[in-house]
Design a protein around this ligand. Sequence first.
Ligand code: FES
Length: 153
Amino acid sequence: MKEDRGKITRRLFLGKVAISGAIGAGILAALGALREVIPPLAKENKKFTIGKLYDFPLNTLFLIAAHNVFIYRDYEGVRALSAVCTHLGCVLEATGEGLQCPCHGSRFNDKGRVLSGPALRSLAYFKVDVAPDGQLLVDISQKVSYDKKLKIM
Ligand code: FES
């Protein structure tokens, strides 16, 4: 019987296609995982102005959608609260009783503490200051405690 070397059989071809597909899927999965671990190359601006103090209503969580931050102003001061769910990073929605995640249902009170999971960690607070032009300046590179609000005189 004559051996036909170099001829690709249907079985061999399908095997190579399956292996190529598996390798491609593995590479895509690895790139997706790396994207979660490695911070984006383009640096996000960590400090930004958001407007004047009285642009923000009293006792209301006001979402700055461009930066995923809630601003909360009361008679004592102003706080900037992360709007990013600590479970898997969805943007939270303000409800009458606090904050709710539209992705998996975690709920936080208006101070950012977890009321129900799957999220386990409270939301972060960021430093708020006044810029030279009088606008509020939020710095999301500086986390602060709940007590460290920008005090209003
Ligand atoms: S991302 Fe918010 S509960 Fe999962």
